[in-house]
Design a protein around this ligand. Sequence first.
Ligand code: SF4
Ligand code: SF4
Length: 317
Amino acid sequence: MTTILTGKTYDIQGFSVQDGPGIRTTVFLKGCPLRCPWCHSPESQEFKTELNWMSIRCLGCDDCGKCLDACPRGAITRGVPTENAAGEPIVYPEVDKSKCDECGACTKACKANALYMCGDDRTVDEVMRRVLRDQPFFEESGGGVTVSGGECLCQPEFTLELLKRCKELQIHTAVDTTGFVPWNVLESVLPYNDVFLYDLKGMDSALHKQVIGVPNELILDNARKIAAAGGRLWVRIPVIPMFNDSREHFDKYGAFLTEIKDALDIVQLLPYHKMGVSKHDRLLKKETIFVAEPPSDALMQSRREQLEAYGLKVRVH
Ligand code: SF4
Ligand code: SF4
């Protein structure tokens, strides 16, 4: 029996201009080994399909309440009275995620699409059919396909097959990675990948482990190996208040990036923003999410100039 290769995706976005050169179609795969508290796409973190809920769409238990009876596990109950976005009184349903097995029955009952599942199993053919709709834009803009996540290389066979299929059609390819994967996985995609969008979240390994859950040595070593193997890199640094935004920390970035300078096309500085907060709330998780004021334009400019002094090409995203 032939097994059809599928990947767990959570989105495919056309017309992306932030994920590599030109106009791109970005394929987002689910699952990540890191737990960045500021993650702007927390729906990407888990490897499984998950229940989400958007309060803005919900009609409330009194005017609707269809989900209350739909759950076979008794995970949905009436919540406490509150107000909706218009300031009107409402009672929203409350989902106990510890009882939920993500069966999706409530999403079928919810005609307002307030409850929905995030995560689709797609075949390579399905993804390629979607990608090819955008091919004329790739040709005009020098764009192509970016495979992103989560950590797309945690689904290595699927990512590799997508890249191979793109290269057969002479489509430019990019892999957006945390770098926290075994070297042999990165090595396997090297011949089919034009550029790695390579996240460097922090230079202090102990702090990296404490805050994100994993140390950074593997990430740094893999960047050196990609450079030595002739791969191209766009290094992306999320600038996070109180984590990596100090002058001292950026001198560590400067010293490391100098080591791999010949393989670097550009360094992108991505200022922290709060867009992950509402997405985090949709996942119905109890844990609190990191929230801070975004770095000022002046700070971003200062950090850009600091890295430029190392002879690096730097862009603030
Ligand atoms: S997805 Fe969870 S909350 Fe919804 S019906 Fe299934 S078990 Fe209940
Ligand atoms: S079925 Fe949907 S719209 Fe109705 S109360 Fe439940 S979540 Fe809200």
